[in-house]
Write a protein that binds this ligand. Structure first.
Ligand SMILES: Cc1ncc(COP(=O)(O)O)c(C=O)c1O
Length: 423
């Protein structure tokens, strides 16, 4: 993988990545050591969700065994322990994404909730009749539908930047879509269906030049690309914990403090208030204004542990291993009769989508599953993107730090087997 425009360039200098001890890392992931349909599990569905290392599983379990309590409201020991562990995770996230302030880190359920929060709160406040929201043709449904709902509600227009046949945004066309009515530009950082890494720094600059704010869907990117919110000058950035070796049901919305301060709450309830009377409620300060109700405390603590874990491995080391796997896998399946790779962007990471002439991707997935190989077959929640490529679905292998070349060899033989059986 080459350095993505706009993400790694200005991060603090780090040592050149050296080889990853994958065998050692695999020991940390208990789930990988099992047989599926009589073969060793080969898990290549990491873009859907990553597996969890033992420290994350243990942190969640320890919380429920020792510290379980509600946060922020209790004076007793357990509540204080739970509150400090929860808030420590916020600090870990802040450092991980280089946000300026803990107040800019909002815990949410995941990327989906983060986008809905911004669409409802910021969008509800700033998008009116005739205004425009710009997305791209490669967005996940969770970065399409919330904007459609907003645009329908406000009489605004959703505009879609096209992509080329390799799966790259046509930047000149995107630029032409930006104008005085553009209020929000929302773009995926790393496409879950194509693997494309988008030039988000340039997109942020262009949008800001038109006085629009930018939301980045970082659901896939956070595990593979070093993030630096201050350097990117990003307005909002969404992360899903479960794609980052953390638990399900927890994620992060990063937002610039000044924007979050000026936005109305998304949900009302406990913890997001400062005082309540029947006449008037005043809201809590950031970040609590956007964290109504009891959050996923164990999940947040698990996410903090996942970030520690990734830090101990080294994100750059993991990313360079994944880049090597992607190149190896691309070579391994290129040339297989009737196979076409969907997504050949120059800037790409960790996702290999393909189709086989005359064979439905679901059949590919089913036959590979019988060999113990877990891939994903479907539209990957990107139906408009599938329509752009004229396919109903693709088969998708996606890589994480614990995958190996041997697993990719097994994938390639599995694909040959699929052809033998079905052609
Ligand atoms: C690019 C992208 N955006 C958004 C999402 C939604 O993430 P979540 O389901 O964790 O909210 C996903 C999940 O697959 C994704 O890959």
């Amino acid at each position: 993988m080459t350095a993505p425009t706009g993400a790694r360039a200005a991060a603090p200098p780090r040592q050149a990545p050296t080889a990853l001890d994958v065998a050692r890392i695999r020991e940390d992931f208990p789930i990988l050591h099992q047989q599926v349909h009589g073969s060793p599990l080969i898990y290549l569905d990491n873009a859907a969700t990553t597996q969890k290392p033992r420290p994350v599983i243990e942190a969640v379990s320890r919380f429920y065994c020792m510290d379980n309590s509600n946060i922020h409201r209790g004076l007793h020991e357990l509540s204080q322990r739970a509150t400090s562990a929860y808030e420590e995770s916020r600090g870990k996230v802040r450092r991980f994404i280089n946000a300026a302030d803990d107040r800019e880190v909002i815990f949410v359920r995941g990327t989906t909730e983060a986008v809905n929060l911004v669409a409802n709160s910021y969008g509800g406040q700033h998008v009116g009749a005739g205004d425009e929201v710009v997305i791209t043709a490669m967005e996940h449904h969770s970065n399409i539908v919330p904007w459609q709902i907003l645009c329908e509600r406000r009489g605004a227009k959703l505009r879609v930047a096209p992509i080329n046949d390799d799966g790259e945004i046509l930047m000149e066309d995107l630029e032409k879509l930006l104008g005085p009515r553009t209020r929000i530009v929302s773009v995926v950082h790393l496409s879950n269906a194509l693997g494309t890494i988008n030039p988000i720094r340039r997109i942020i600059e262009l949008a800001h030049a038109h006085n629009a704010i930018v939301m980045i869907d970082g659901a896939q990117a956070a595990a593979h690309i070093r993030l630096d919110m201050q350097d990117l000058d990003c307005d909002f950035y969404a992360i899903s914990g479960h794609k980052l070796y953390g638990p399900t049901g927890v994620g992060v919305l990063y937002g610039k403090a000044a924007l979050l301060e000026s936005m109305p709450p998304y949900e009302g309830g406990g913890d997001m208030i400062s005082s309540v009377t029947f006449e008037k409620t005043t809201y809590n300060k950031l970040p609590h204004k956007f964290e109504a109700g009891t959050p996923n405390i164990a999940g947040v603590i698990g996410l903090g542990t996942a970030i520690d874990y990734l830090g101990s491995v080294g994100l750059e080391k993991a990313a360079s291993h994944e880049a090597e796997l992607l190149a190896y896998a691309t070579r391994a399946i290129t040339g297989i009769s009737g196979l076409k790779i969907i997504g050949r962007a120059r800037q790409k990471s960790s996702v290999l989508s393909f189709i086989l002439e005359g064979i439905h991707p679901h059949d590919i997935g089913t036959i590979l599953d019988r060999e113990g190989i877990a891939i994903r077959a479907g539209h990957h929640c990107t139906q408009p993107l599938m329509a752009r490529f004229g396919v109903p679905a693709t088969a998708r292998a996606s890589f994480a730090m614990y995958n190996t070349r041997e697993e990719i060899d097994a994938l390639a033989s599995g694909v040959h087997k699929v052809i033998e059986v079905l052609r």
